[in-house]
Design a protein around this ligand. Structure first.
Ligand code: KG4
Ligand code: ZN
Length: 337
């Protein structure tokens, strides 16, 4: 019997709903919230209001695109956390209501685990290479920077973590310093393509083991610009592309070098990247060239599965469904999971 899962993602500022059948995506819709751009970051209250407005129409549309009715749904999956509590509450409550109305089970999903599980999403018209276990994955998003070892579909071990800011935050905060709207990562990526990555050098932090640190980079970037602007008030405007390329280069170097270390330490050659920052072309190129040198079997997710999406929630839920891991209706969202 086919298993059809309706999946809801509402942990931050994107309302996303997907329909997954037997691991294949039937639909995956995302309603972005442009409202946060001018604020320099996500405003939690505005995010939950927008989720409230979006959740019903996005679900309806995802079901139409998948060609299913409510009666076809075998389980409802939702992001339990980590994330913004008000945003998570909208998805959690909606999922509970839908599951109750249809008398189907609920499946709660950890958003971070789902980012890594994005590597297992199948599509009907696309041949997908899938990692084998153990699988070493760098999870880089707006809130997290972690090195994870996946032992099987649902079991993971974290072997590296950031001690302060996440890699995505480094992109966003440095972008904010340059006057870019939120999130700055994609714009820095675009401008970096026209710049010289060796134009400016920023010091790499020395952090022990497999952990990361990005707050020092942000501070040195700020002081560097402050000094240069004293002599040339248009310094940022005149050097935008080079600044972006140089900043991206140091962030990519920090990430790739730790992953090289993690692979050497664990002996794992099945390697991937996941999360919003894995959309970055510098990181994708850096990983590809490193994989060539080291004979890694490299996995880079499709762009649509890097940033927040419900398909990754659905694929994680599918494997939980097969194991009979369901949630009770007393389940509550967790800002920290
Ligand atoms: O995974 P995600 O969508 O949300 C979280 O769970 O945090 O990641 C969002 C982060 C933001 O910091 C954004 O700036 C960054 O991913 N990002 C990028 C790119 N696309 C998204 N950073 C660098 N280059 C990109 N192309
Ligand atoms: Zn995310």
């Amino acid at each position: 019997m086919a298993v059809t899962i309706l999946a809801i993602e509402s942990s931050c500022d994107d309302t996303s709903v997907a329909v997954i059948r037997d691991g294949y995506v039937l639909s995956n819709l995302i309603a972005n919230q442009d409202i946060h751009m001018s604020y320099g970051g996500v405003v939690p209250e505005l995010a939950s209001r927008a989720h409230q407005a979006n959740i019903v129409p996005v679900t309806r549309q995802a079901m139409v695109m998948a060609g299913i009715n409510a009666e076809d749904v075998d389980a409802v999956a939702f992001t339990r956390g980590p994330g913004l509590l008000g945003s998570l509450l909208v998805g959690t409550s909606f999922a509970k209501g839908f599951a109750l109305a249809q008398s189907v089970p609920l499946i709660e999903v950890n958003h971070l685990q789902a980012h890594v599980m994005a590597h297992f999403i199948l599509e009907k018209d696309r041949e997908t290479r899938i990692p084998s276990f153990p699988f070493l994955c760098l999870l880089v998003s707006g809130g997290h920077t972690r090195i994870i070892v996946m032992k099987n579909y649902l079991e993971m071990e974290m072997i590296g973590n950031t001690i302060d800011d996440a890699a995505g935050e480094a992109f966003d905060k440095c972008g904010k310093i340059m006057g870019f709207p939120y999130p700055a990562g994609p714009l820095i990526d675009k401008l970096a393509a026209q710049g010289n990555k060796f134009a400016f050098t920023f010091a790499k932090p020395h952090v022990k083991g497999l952990d990361f640190s990005f707050s020092g980079l942000k501070t040195s970037f700020l002081y560097f610009l402050r000094d240069r602007i004293k002599d040339d008030p248009s310094f940022i405007e005149n050097n935008k592309a080079d600044l972006c390329a140089s900043l991206q280069n140091v962030i990519v170097n920090i990430l790739v070098s730790k992953l090289v270390k993690a692979s050497a330490q664990t002996g794992i050659m099945e390697i991937g990247i996941a999360g919003g920052v894995s959309a970055n072309s510098g990181l994708r190129d850096g990983m590809t060239s490193e994989a060539g040198k080291r004979n890694w079997n490299l996995f880079i997710p499709e762009f649509r599965y890097t940033t927040d999406n419900a398909a990754m929630i659905g694929i994680t839920a599918y494997y939980k469904f097969l194991r009979g891991e369901f949630a009770g209706h007393d389940v509550v969202p967790l800002a920290r999971y």
